[in-house]
Design a protein around this ligand. Sequence first.
Ligand SMILES: Nc1nc2c(c(=O)[nH]1)N[C@H]1C(S)=C(S)[C@@H](COP(=O)(O)OP(=O)(O)OC[C@H]3O[C@@H](n4cnc5c(N)ncnc54)[C@H](O)[C@@H]3O)O[C@H]1N2
Ligand code: MOO
Ligand code: MG
Length: 411
Amino acid sequence: MLSVEDALSQMLAKITALPTVQVSLSEAQGLLLATDVIAQEEMPPFANSAMDGFALRSSDVQIQDGQSSPLRIIGEVPAGSVSTKTIQPGTTMRIMTGAPIPPGADTVLQVELTRLIDDQHVTLLRESAPGNNIRPAGEDMQRGQLILSQGTEIGPWEIGILAALGWAKVPVIRRARVAILGTGDELIEIDQPLQPGKIRNSNSYLLEAAVRRAGAIPFRIGVALDTKESLRAKLLEAARYDLILTSGGVSVGEFDLVKQMMEEQGEINFWRINMRPGKPVAFGHIGQVPLLGLPGNPVSTAVTFELFGGPVIRKLQGHTRLYKPQVEVILQDSFTETASRRHFVRAHVDWQDGQLVAQVTGAQGSHILTSLRNANALLVIPENSGALPAGSRVRALMLTWPEVASVLAHG
Ligand SMILES: Nc1nc2c(c(=O)[nH]1)N[C@H]1C(S)=C(S)[C@@H](COP(=O)(O)OP(=O)(O)OC[C@H]3O[C@@H](n4cnc5c(N)ncnc54)[C@H](O)[C@@H]3O)O[C@H]1N2
Ligand code: MOO
Ligand SMILES: [Mg+2]
């Protein structure tokens, strides 16, 4: 049986990045920049004031007995306007933060270091060196400078930079469109009352949310019955997307037809991985479209999506860092469910006295949906490991990071 590593590398070897498209900046979050971003303008675009205060000539200010001789106020420069007046010796203008420095001024003194004499005159309580409180044009970005490299992941801060440079549209590697197909005669819709032998199709909804959390666009395309005709029709519909996720129908039951359909409509690259839960994962193609066949047990669906679906989506979207962070954590209680396969144990990891401590979230059967409740990590228990006493150190794959109660608590 394949190891988790071999399965992942075989899968990823078949995945190539999606094409580049232009998207509006607001849609670029989480995607990879498909070009270098070179500044075509300076930032800031003009020398401007860092303070609300007075723009003046530094040579005008000599402090005697704690203040300067009065300067005459000849006007004001609010942010957004440009002064038409020039600061002559003995004069000053009120200036606001972000406003362009008026001609003739070489310094700005903040308002709290001045004293108003009357509407038209002010004295200064400090000297102000040339350049004081002036943000020069181009201090942040210079024309022609490389600001963001191709392949940068676009987050909120990069979006701020791109917006400042006027990039309303951005070339990115496009977001993956992922078809989600439930399989099984036992499935009914989630708004239906239960009937004998039936269960609600929870996997499609779980996967929809997991795909969205992974940064791709999910499409629930319904349910295939356990017949070749139904499954074939649904898989051909699914082959219009970038990736197909199925759940169920990949084991050895009489009606587990997904692998057969891969062979018929494309290829099957592998089946079965030495892991628990989720052993019967199948990977292949329908036409050219990759199909990740996840096992039907809900926990197996959830865990195998995180281990394989997430990295596949990231690779499709051009990322080179594909995996969630792994850290060492301390087991709060003993763990005795030994397994010959590598065991991915649902747990809640949190900070306790500066250490990451893991609490297993309940019975680990692959049908126990409640074992996913509140789980933010998968503990990675090696193959054939014996029972683990409380306090053991184990590796944890972090799905989401626990927040700290205070920024200083674990600095
Ligand atoms: N003889 C063997 N039987 C099984 C083996 C085995 O090695 N030999 N492996 C078991 C393991 S482990 C798993 S995992 C499951 C995987 O089965 P399938 O992927 O074929 O899934 P199904 O048989 O279709 O369903 C399994 C289980 O999950 C429920 N299910 C399916 N789809 C959904 C859905 N959309 N929402 C909620 N629940 C769903 C389904 O009703 C079944 O209870 O095979 C074992 N068997
Ligand atoms: O491989 Mo299965 O997911 O353990 O029940
Ligand atoms: Mg089955």
